[in-house]
Design a protein around this ligand. Structure first.
Ligand SMILES: [Zn+2]
Length: 205
């Protein structure tokens, strides 16, 4: 194994299985019964390059800048419809230019907060949505992106981080309904600027 970089790393039991016990029976954990946790893998150092980094795959966002875009302004675009979703709506907010979080210019960091508010409010207009969750992971692609996940109204089991797992497990939203939701979100965003884009989505009719 690579030399371990910190005391934290030296403490971890590589190759062993953690117990799922702390999660079992908690309100947000969607599994019960005998759950076997995968074995803890060794750290990979240096970390492999993400898409868009030197030595990594091409940035898919920059290779296809129009793909799945449902709304855009001069700085940002919102994408949706990459794959069938179990949640009422899933979207990604990205700067139109290739930046990481740590080198995002001041003119973009200044509008990031207002954009989060606008996207969350727009998604909440969908009648099946109770609240809009958002997350930045960023371990797959270097191009800065924020995920927005619509938590269905009243579905209190789906609060918290496991909402991403529920998205994979719930029955898929029909294409026409998802497209109608996307049009509603794009139109709501456009009320405060930018333009709705229809490309990449199935017809709502
Ligand atoms: Zn990019």
């Amino acid at each position: 194994m690579t030399e371990l970089p910190s005391e934290y790393h030296r403490r971890l039991p590589y190759g062993e299985r953690m117990s799922a016990e702390p999660l079992l029976g908690t309100p947000f954990f969607p599994f019960e019964g005998d759950v076997e946790v995968v074995r803890l893998a060794d750290p990979v150092l240096p970390e492999p390059p993400r898409a868009g980094e030197d030595g990594g795959r091409q940035c898919v966002k920059c290779a296809d800048p129009e793909g799945f875009v449902i709304w855009r302004d001069e700085q940002w675009h919102l994408k949706a419809g990459f794959e069938a979703s179990g949640l009422p709506f899933v979207a990604v907010l990205e700067p139109r230019e290739h930046y990481r979080l740590d080198n995002l210019p001041a003119e973009l960091t200044a509008t990031l907060g207002p954009m989060i508010q606008r996207v969350a409010n727009a998604i909440r207009r969908i009648d099946s949505v109770g609240r809009t969750h958002f997350n930045r992971w960023g371990d797959g692609s270097e191009h800065f992106h924020l995920w927005f996940l619509a938590r269905p109204l009243g579905m209190m089991q789906m609060r918290g981080a496991m909402i991403a797992a529920w998205d994979d497990m719930l029955p898929k939203v029909p294409d026409a309904e998802f497209a109608a939701n996307a049009q509603l979100v794009a139109a709501a965003l456009a009320e405060d600027g930018g333009e709705p884009i229809g490309a990449g989505l199935p017809d709502a009719e």
